[in-house]
Design a protein around this ligand. Structure first.
Ligand code: 6CS
Length: 338
């Protein structure tokens, strides 16, 4: 057999068995939950650029709507159809109960600098979470915040009483329903694709999301009253199919890690000031929008309801969830003390 034929046979073998060798250029499929120019898209394209600039591999990015809802993307990654996925704990929390930690209200501070330092340095985020994701066949590469959560509703609200009987859409993890129950609302878990229509037709009375998404998804058009409650951050996670990752050469594993680091740095820079810019765009686009920033006393009325959600988290996430929570709090203390 000629050396050319040998190479071809080995190449076909590598493709068939999902194996990887540094000698072959591969096309890696990467899906995320957002639209062009949104935070996850910025991350994905920075990752793609790094990989393509530093290797012969290519990265094909799929945006929301191209391959299904968020849960479909995770399943496709676990099955090895996709090599990379960006799925938010808002959805992953249904599979990995510990990931629901991000939905304990008022656990994270509102100060952006502190939050960013926390994600950089936290042992819970950078050491404990990868082990939990690994149990689901996922190589967790990065967790990062996208923006502070803001509640949008059909009329202005400033207290838990104002949320009474309001159907508030939440992402599909059980703890988030506990949060909105505690806040006095009627939580309605739904995938993203049903949110705009639900708000437009009155099936939903409100929802929560970071400002950039309220702007980019046009949510303010159908849910125009924005309330800053300071109760949490939208967090997301980028990961790879673990068999795929472990099958890569050491060199390619390093490339993937370096590309994730580069994408993270770029994205963190991107989100700074994004909420303010997006709010300006919303206010330019609509006269109907109102913005309520709760004062300390008003926030206290929501914060008082957080302990019951923390208890529900521990019940759902068990001993390991408790350990993660303790580490999470210790990591937060370390960054707020500095
Ligand atoms: O609310 C949601 O479902 C969506 N929110 C954001 C910020 N990104 C993707 C997610 O599906």
């Amino acid at each position: 057999m000629t050396s050319h034929k040998l190479l071809t046979t080995a190449g076909i073998g590598a493709l068939m068995f999902g194996m990887s060798t540094a000698a072959f250029a591969e096309n890696w499929r990467y899906a995320h939950e957002e639209y062009e120019g949104d935070v996850q898209d910025v991350f994905a394209y920075a990752f793609k650029e790094y990989v393509e600039d530093n290797s012969d591999h290519t990265v094909q990015v799929f945006r929301f709507g191209e391959l299904g809802e968020s849960d479909d993307l995770l399943e496709q990654t676990q099955n090895g159809i996709l090599q990379f996925v960006n799925q938010s704990p808002g959805f992953t929390g249904a599979t990995i109960p510990e990931a629901q930690i991000f939905f304990i209200p008022y656990l994270l501070p509102t100060d952006e600098e502190t939050v960013l330092e926390f994600f950089d340095e936290s042992k819970a985020i950078n050491e404990m979470f990868p082990e939990l994701y690994a149990e689901q066949g996922l190589e967790l590469l990065k967790m990062y915040p996208e923006g502070e959560m803001v509640i949008t509703t059909d009329e202005p609200i400033s207290s838990p009483e104002d949320l009474d009987n309001k159907k508030i859409r939440v992402m599909t993890n059980p703890l988030l329903s506990e949060t909105y129950d505690a806040f006095g609302a009627t939580p309605t878990p739904l995938p993203w694709g049903e949110v705009y229509g639900g708000l437009q037709t009155g099936i939903l009375d409100g929802q929560e999301n970071p400002i950039f998404w309220i702007e980019s998804g046009g949510l303010y058009e159908v849910s125009p009253h924005l309330t800053f409650t300071g109760h949490g951050w939208f967090t997301t996670a980028m990961m790879a199919n673990q068999d795929f990752f472990e099958g890569l050469s050491e060199e390619d594993q390093q490339l993937v890690q370096d590309a994730s680091d580069a994408a993270y740095d770029h994205t963190i820079e991107h989100i700074q000031g994004l909420a303010e810019e997006s709010l300006e765009k919303i206010q330019e686009a609509s006269d109907e929008v109102t913005v309520t920033r709760l004062d300390e006393e008003q926030i206290q009325a929501f914060r008082e309801r957080a302990p019951q959600v923390e208890e529900a988290y521990v019940e759902m996430a068990g001993e390991r969830g408790q350990e993660l929570l303790e580490q999470f709090k210790a990591d937060l203390e370390a960054v707020t003390e500095e």
